[in-house]
Design a protein around this ligand. Structure first.
Ligand SMILES: [Mn+2]
Length: 430
C-alpha cells in the first residue's frame, strides 16, 4: 500500500528502540504462561486473528445535547473518516473494518467507496440505519416514532430506508444490518405499549423479508433515550422476543451502555448465546447511563467478564458462534483516533485475558462447588498483564509497539488541520 496515511518507515523507526525490551517482556511472560501449560505463541496467534470494527461516526468528535466542541483536523465526510480509520488500523492492527451509518455516510458511488476503503486496507462491517432523526425533505416525520409509528407513511418510509441500507451494504460487501430505533414515549399513556410493539414487529418483518440469505439483522435494544418513559425495544427480553418472532437471521446486539447501571451484562450474553441469538456488540463503557465512554475506562472487569462468557460460548457453540464486534463511543474530550486506538487495545486485552482462563480448572471448581477456586480461576487470568502479547502481535503485523506515542509523533492531526475544512459548532450527539 503506497498511499497509507502513516508511513511504514515512521512506525519502524519508532518501534526500533523498543523491540529489545518488548522481546524481554514477551519471553518472561511466555515462561510464566508455560508453567501453566499455555503456549504464548498460540495466544498471540489468537490475538492476531481478533478484530473489532470501528464506527465511521466515531472518527469525528462526538458531543452532548448541550454542545459539540470540534477539534482542528476533524473529518467532515466519509472519505476523511476512512482515512482516520486507516490510521487506527495501521498503528493498532486490530480494526480492519468500518461500520457505516446512513444517510450520514451517503455517497453517489458505493462501489468506488468500497475500493477506496480497500486501498486503505479497510473492509466494511454492519450497516447502520437511521430512523431516529428527520432528514431534509423527508415526507414523513419520525417525531412520533419510525418502525412503530402510528403513521403508516412513517413506518413505510422507515422500512424503505432500511431496505435501501441493505442495498448499499451489498455494494460495500457488508452482511449485517443493525437496526436501532429511537421509538418510545415520554409519558405514561402516550402510546399503547402492546400495540406499538405490534407495529414495530410488522414493519421489522418487512425489512427481514428483504434480507439476503447470507445476511443478519441485528436488533439493538436500549432502555431509554431519546424516549425517557418507555422504548419499544427496551431490553434484551424485548430484543430476543422480537428476534425469535422475526426469524433465524435476526439476532440481538448488545450495546454495553444500553442497560440500567449494575445490570449483569455478562449473564445477558450467556443467555442470548444459549438461545442462538447473540448477534454482536457495541463496545463502550458507562458510569450513569448511555454515556458512550471509552471501552474499559470505567469498568474493565465487566468487559473481561463479557469476554469470559464469549470464550465459554466459543468453546461450546450452540447454533454457531459468530458475534460481530464493534466500538460505539462518543469522543467528546479526546482525539477520536487516540480513543479508538486505546479502546481497541483494551477490548483486545480483555479478549486475551479471557483466552487465558484455565477453563478446566474453572469447570472443576464449579462442579465441586468450590466458589473461591472458581473465582480465582477468573482472577488469575484477569490479573495477567497481556500487553507484551498485544504489542508483539501488532508489531509483527506492521503496527506500532506504542500506538499513542507513534500517532503523536506522526503529527497526523496537525497535518489534517491544514488540509481539512473546519467543522461547524452545534450539538452533535451520535
Ligand atoms: Mn450502539
Amino acid at each position: 500500500m503506497t498511499n497509507m496515511p502513516i508511513s511504514a518507515d515512521l512506525i519502524a523507526e519508532h518501534n526500533a528502540p523498543q523491540i529489545e525490551a518488548l522481546q524481554e517482556d514477551y519471553d518472561a511472560l511466555g515462561r510464566k504462561l508455560a508453567r501453566g501449560g499455555v503456549d504464548i505463541d498460540a495466544i498471540k496467534a489468537r490475538v492476531a486473528a481478533f478484530s473489532v470494527a470501528v464506527p465511521s461516526w466515531g472518527a469525528g468528535r462526538g458531543g452532548t445535547r448541550f454542545a459539540k466542541f470540534p477539534i482542528p483536523g476533524e473529518p467532515t465526510n466519509i472519505h476523511e473518516k476512512l482515512e482516520d480509520c486507516a490510521v487506527i488500523n495501521q498503528l493498532g492492527r486490530r480494526t480492519p473494518r468500518v461500520s457505516p451509518h446512513f444517510p450520514w455516510d451517503k455517497v453517489s458511488d458505493f462501489v468506488a467507496l468500497r475500493e477506496e476503503a480497500a486501498a486503505l486496507g479497510l473492509g466494511w462491517d454492519a450497516v447502520n440505519s437511521n430512523t431516529f432523526q428527520d432528514q431534509p425533505g423527508q415526507a414523513h416525520s419520525y417525531a412520533n416514532g419510525s418502525l412503530s409509528s402510528q403513521d403508516a407513511g412513517a413506518r413505510q418510509q422507515a422500512v424503505e430506508h432500511n431496505i435501501e441500507c441493505i442495498e448499499i451494504g451489498r455494494q460495500l460487501g457488508s452482511t449485517d444490518l443493525t437496526v436501532w430505533v429511537g421509538d418510545g414515549t415520554n409519558f405514561p399513556g402516550q402510546q399503547d405499549l402492546g400495540r406499538s410493539l405490534d407495529r414495530y414487529l410488522d414493519a421489522a418483518a418487512q425489512i427481514y423479508a428483504a434480507l439476503p440469505d447470507d445476511w443478519r439483522m441485528l436488533l439493538e435494544h436500549k432502555m431509554f433515550e431519546p424516549a425517557f418513559y418507555s422504548t419499544v425495544i427496551s431490553d434484551w427480553g424485548s430484543s430476543i422476543l422480537a428476534a425469535q418472532t422475526l426469524g433465524d437471521k435476526c439476532k440481538c446486539l448488545v450495546d454495553l451502555g444500553h442497560h440500567a447501571p449494575n445490570v449483569n451484562i455478562e449473564q445477558i450474553v450467556a443467555r442470548l448465546h444459549r438461545f442462538g441469538k447473540l448477534g454482536g456488540f457495541h463496545f463502550n463503557d458507562s458510569k450513569y447511563g448511555d454515556d458512550d465512554l471509552d471501552s474499559g475506562s470505567i469498568n474493565p472487569h465487566q468487559l473481561f467478564l463479557v469476554f469470559n462468557e464469549l470464550a465459554e460460548a466459543e468453546a461450546n457453540p450452540r447454533d454457531g458462534f459468530n458475534p460481530s464486534y464493534m466500538i460505539d463511543q462518543s469522543h467528546n474530550v479526546t482525539d477520536p483516533i487516540e480513543s479508538m486506538l486505546s479502546s481497541a487495545e483494551t477490548i483486545t486485552a480483555c479478549f486475551t485475558k479471557a483466552s487465558l482462563v484455565d477453563r478446566a480448572a474453572l469447570h472443576a471448581a464449579q462442579e465441586a462447588n468450590d466458589t473461591m477456586m472458581a473465582f480465582q480461576a477468573l482472577r488469575r487470568a484477569y490479573t495477567i498483564d497481556v500487553a507484551p502479547i498485544l504489542a508483539m502481535a501488532r508489531m509483527e503485523a506492521g503496527g506500532a509497539i506504542d500506538v499513542l506515542a507513534t500517532y503523536r509523533a506522526s503529527q497526523y492531526r496537525a497535518r489534517k488541520a491544514q488540509e481539512r475544512k473546519a467543522v461547524g459548532l452545534g450539538a452533535g450527539i451520535v
